[in-house]
Design a protein. Structure first.
Length: 312
């Protein structure tokens, strides 16, 4: 059944989960973005408003990730003559390493699919979300859009063809997330990564990825923690994040299972086995950053199994 207006929330995500560069990610309960799409008489896609972005995002419907993805979706289902008006409300920081563009794009796609009577499944929406990621950051990777769209923890087994595997989250797995207000552009962070990796480092990385996935399936919190080690990407990206190693020390001393960079940063996260531990870690790191003149946002979340959802 088609609707006249749909209001959707889509969640932030943590990509990589330390050792799984471009192949692992999970959805958070908060923060996230909201999109409202409603039918209008003139055919075509209009971007009515964008709030919460301080004017940083494109207003041209062909260049904004949300509206561009909606245009592509409507063309695909043969409804390019449909008139819709989009409002994007950013409630999460841009350039945070928390999948800001993915949350917006997924919210828009989930909303237009609902508006048109759900002609596609969530998995069938993934290619359109990838197009949005490519528009936003020049690389169509799925480690943010897949968990944002499908919920939970996802493994991107391959891209040709796209093969996304859901990974179960242990019931008492929580995340402490802190976004320091420092600038780490995603494109710059990707360009710093080494083009070649030593075989000994690759072997360590493969073992950690396999150990992390095995730990998640087995609900083995100790295995999860000791597998959260990155010898390929983190040593380079950590240079761009002030106080990274001290934040990690504080988190581990406070009971974290493991600690690392969220996506390309500057956000960092820790996995814990209890919500109160995650709350304590978030508070401790934020207080430490404040003492050093660095403002931050802090979040505590379980693994969001639902993904996007319609709002009243």
């Amino acid at each position: 059944m088609e609707k006249n207006q749909v209001h959707v929330f889509a969640p932030a995500t943590v990509a990589n989960i330390v050792c799984g560069y471009d192949v692992l990610g999970f959805a958070l309960d908060e923060p996230g973005d909201e999109v409202v799409i409603r039918r209008i008489d003139p055919p075509g896609v209009q971007l009515k408003e964008v709030t919460g972005d301080d004017g940083r995002l494109p207003r041209d419907p062909s260049k904004n990730t949300v509206s561009a993805s909606v245009i592509s979706f409507l063309n695909h289902i043969g409804r390019a003559d449909t008139g819709v008006e989009i409002s994007l409300h950013k409630h999460m920081p841009i350039g945070s390493g928390l999948g800001s563009s993915a949350a917006s794009t997924v919210a828009g796609l989930f909303a237009i699919n609902a508006l048109m009577g759900h002609p596609l499944s969530r998995r069938e929406l993934l290619p359109f979300a990838l197009q949005g990621e490519e528009l936003a950051c020049g690389h169509g990777h799925a480690d943010n859009v897949a968990p944002a769209l499908l919920g939970g923890i996802t493994l991107i087994r391959g891209y040709d063809p796209l093969d996304v595997v859901p990974i179960p989250a242990p019931p008492s797995l929580f995340a402490s997330v802190v976004f320091p207000h420092v600038d780490v552009p995603t494109r710059d962070a990707r360009q710093m990564i080494r083009a070649k990796v030593a075989l000994k480092d690759a072997v360590i990385q493969w073992g950690n990825i396999a150990g992390l996935v095995a730990g998640l399936f087995a609900h083995d919190y100790e295995l999860i923690g000791r597998s959260m080690r990155d010898v390929v990407i983190e040593p380079t990206r950590a240079i761009l994040i002030p106080e990274f190693y001290e934040m990690r020390r504080l988190a581990m001393d406070a009971g974290a299972l493991g600690f690392g960079i969220s996506g390309s940063g500057p956000s960092v996260f820790a996995f814990t086995q209890h919500r109160d531990t995650a709350t304590r870690i978030t508070k401790t790191i934020q207080e430490y950053l404040t003492e050093r003149g660095i403002e931050s946002n802090g979040y505590v979340s379980g693994v969001n199994a639902e993904g996007p959802r319609e709002l009243a």
